[in-house]
Design a protein around this ligand. Structure first.
Ligand SMILES: *Cc1c(COP(=O)(O)O)cnc(C)c1O
Length: 375
């Protein structure tokens, strides 16, 4: 008998795997029901821009499938460079932005090195750290009864940085809490962090933030060479299935990430889809507007049910059942509504719901109302 846990590096052995949101097909097969809705993974309820579907359909052919993609993603990088006003050599493409987080950990961490992130931060940070056999240092989050409950405490994070630390993960806004940072506070943090520590600003929910709260990451990238900004096409652009995201950084760091990544870490269909998605600003605006209306409705519905929730600048809302949320999650599944349990994040009384279409939001509120009144 081979003990593979003895063979493996200690990081991967100790790693707690990511639990994805339950897919509709899986739930329906398990319960023998139909017509379910998934509000568990913060996907765009409007789908994607029709320009994306058209561009992908136009590209489909046997020859297109047979060829390896452009490993460097020149065209997509050129579009992103123009979009952000940044040099193409400062862009790293990833198989989702998750890939960029993993590449950073692979390049910068290892035994004897550490990363810092907040309690209740995105689940991929501990996974990427452990996979690279780095040490994860988890900073205490802000108090549950503060203005920004469960949010990042940048002072607590700063206090964990010493000469073993090479990587800091900051999610703004954060998933699963929805909480955000003051732009000035983030810049003060960057100024204070030693410049041999790479700070990742994960902006997966960037477009959902009100304009006033957006960090001017483009300016900060020029001022702080140790900053990396990650963005994804999975959320507002509505192409999570394509697995495409990117990092913006100093060209020297992008060069390192490019050495580590698989030569074909993102695919040709994703390149086509992402370029079309980036070009459709109207779809982004429509998605933001739909989200704001939906968020207001879901908050109002939760108020009516007497259910509390965290502040959010995202396309999801994390609500507090003030008791073990697992039975509510299970009962919601039987109603055909998939939300996200947060016990794995150390928030056993909370559930997270994505803001859906008008119809989905009503179904969510109806189902929750029935579940809660059934006790
Ligand atoms: C969804 C999400 C991502 C992006 O994931 P992809 O790999 O690009 O699909 C990154 N960070 C956070 C905080 C997220 O919620």
């Amino acid at each position: 008998m081979i003990d593979f846990k003895q063979l493996a590096m200690p990081g991967p052995v100790a790693l707690k795997p990511y639990t994805p949101g339950k897919p509709v097909e899986v739930l329906e097969r398990e319960l023998g029901i139909t017509g379910s809705i998934k509000l568990a993974s913060n996907e765009n309820p409007l789908g994607c821009s029709p320009a994306v579907t058209a561009a992908v359909q136009a590209s489909l052919s046997g020859d297109f499938f047979a060829r390896y993609p452009d490993a460097a993603g020149h065209e997509l990088k050129a579009d992103l460079a123009a979009h952000h006003g940044i040099e193409a050599e400062r862009i790293t493409l990833g198989n989702g932005s998750n890939d960029i987080l993993v590449l950073l950990a692979q390049a910068l961490l290892g035994p004897g090195r550490a990363s810092v992130f907040s309690d209740y931060a995105f689940a991929v940070y501990p996974i990427a750290t452990a996979a690279a056999s780095g040490e994860a240092r988890v900073a205490q989050a802000l108090d549950a009864d503060s203005d920004m409950p469960y949010g990042h405490d940048l002072e607590a994070m700063r206090a964990l940085i010493d000469d073993k630390v090479r990587l800091v993960f900051v999610a703004n806004p954060n998933n699963p809490t929805g909480t955000w940072l003051e732009p000035d506070g983030f810049e003060a943090f960057l100024r204070d962090v030693p410049d041999d520590v790479v700070v990742v600003l994960d902006e997966a929910y960037h477009h959902y933030q009100p304009e006033d709260w957006r960090i001017d990451a483009r300016r900060l990238l020029d001022e702080y060479p140790n900053l990396v900004v990650t963005r994804t096409f999975s959320k507002i652009y509505g192409i999570a299935a394509m697995r495409i995201g990117y990092g913006l950084s100093h060209a020297g760091l992008a060069d390192i990430l490019n050495r580590v990544r698989q030569p074909f870490n993102n695919n040709a269909v994703a390149h086509v889809a992402a370029r079309a998605a980036l070009a459709d600003g109207e779809f982004v605006d429509e998605s933001v507007a739909t989200n704001l209306t939906g968020l207001a409705r879901v908050r109002q519905g939760l108020d009516a049910l007497g259910v509390g929730y965290l502040p959010t600048h995202t396309n999801f809302l994390t609500f507090d059942l003030a008791r073990d949320a697992a039975p509510v999650y299970e009962a919601m599944l039987r109603e055909g509504v998939i939300v996200r349990p947060l016990a794995g994040y150390g928030m056993p009384n909370h559930l997270r719901t994505t803001i859906g279409t008008v119809h989905e939001n009503e179904r969510f509120l109806d189902a929750l109302g029935r579940v809660l009144s059934a006790g």
